[in-house]
Write a protein that binds this ligand. Structure first.
Ligand code: SF4
Ligand code: SF4
Length: 313
């Protein structure tokens, strides 16, 4: 019989057997602000804990975004799709979820439900970013991506819901990871202007575990022009599926893109649709250890520092 608590055994299993890079646990009280239908108990009645983990994305795969947008070598960008965004990382998470849910059930005798990641058979899913925030793994960036102190936005997250009462982790309380009053990198390098400039009070407020944070209200239709390849240079129809001069509001009508996907099903992708054809906000964000490496290796010709205001003296 192990002397380790169930919580510690589960964390060890996530890190050493599932080969994940970080793990945290959120108690059910961290989800009081969940939107209707998105609370963990909507998925698993009696859920008491959410185990959240991440896999770090390989820098070499992420940095193919530089080749695509700086060298116009678009073919290379599929490496980002396969290994830096929606392919291998999601399969890693899917298998981790499956293995962990079985392990938790065997260890505790309680129910454990894997949350879908990757090819999901159409399953409804919770927001993994919000789960990661609630489990203390990091903070939201202005880009709306979840940042961890170690890897910045270069991670992807999975979660297992369980009726077992596990020991929760504290909310993230390290140094502030994103200061959108000073850093404008994601806003300036977003090719479609989907990420708004920061102004005080303009972000979407998220509250969990007594900790509040704001992130930018991204215009998802503008984002889809690039990341779903709906611009005429990136899709099979040769036309702009979503007009490139799209104006606000933030949640514009999705009719065009939905009609397009039913007319041109993208059978050459494991996902239903490609979602990785941009990634600038993830790739250029200076948070995480990659930034120092990037400065030395000169993998990009973009001077990211020009978009970061100097500290006030
Ligand atoms: S690029 Fe800058 S503003 Fe955007 S999320 Fe990263 S740190 Fe925040
Ligand atoms: S993925 Fe590209 S288009 Fe979408 S928000 Fe990020 S930088 Fe903008």
């Amino acid at each position: 019989m192990s002397e380790l608590s169930a919580t510690q055994q589960i964390k060890n299993y996530v890190l050493h057997e599932c080969h994940m890079d970080k793990v945290g646990i959120a108690g059910i009280d961290r989800f009081n602000e969940s939107p209707e239908g998105q609370h963990p108990t909507d998925f698993l009645p009696g859920c008491k804990s959410v185990i959240v983990f991440c896999t770090r994305l390989p820098d070499g795969a992420v940095e193919t975004t530089f080749r695509a947008f700086e060298d116009l070598n678009y073919g290379v960008h599929g490496i980002y799709g396969a290994f830096g965004y929606s392919g291998a990382p999601n399969y890693m998470l899917m298998f981790a979820n499956y293995r962990l849910s079985r392990f938790v059930e065997k260890l505790t005798g309680c129910t454990a439900m894997p949350e879908p990641c990757g090819p999901t058979h159409g399953a409804k899913m919770m927001s993994m970013r919000h789960c990661a925030y609630a489990a203390g793994l990091g903070e939201f960036g202005w880009s709306s991506l979840m940042l961890t102190p170690e890897f910045g936005p270069r991670n992807r997250f999975g979660a297992v819901l369980t009726t077992a009462e596990l020991e929760p982790d504290p909310m993230y309380h390290g140094p502030q990871l994103c200061d959108p009053a000073r850093c404008h990198v994601c806003e300036k390098l977003c090719p479609t202007g989907a990420i708004p400039p920061y102004t005080e009070g303009s972000g979407r407020i998220v509250e969990s575990g007594g900790k509040e944070i704001a992130y930018g209200q991204v215009n998802w239709n503008k984002c889809r022009i690039m990341c779903h390849g709906t611009g005429k240079d990136f899709n099979e129809s040769g036309t702009d599926i979503i007009p490139q001069d799209l104006e606000d509001p933030i949640n514009d009508d999705l009719t065009n893109i939905n009609r397009y996907y039913s007319k041109y099903p993208r059978r050459d992708y494991i996902q239903h649709n490609p979602t990785w054809k941009c990634g600038n906000c993830l790739t250029y964000c200076p948070v995480g250890s990659w930034y120092e490496k990037f400065r030395d290796t000169k993998l990009t010709n973009t001077d990211v520092d020009q978009y970061i205001d100097k500290e006030e003296v």
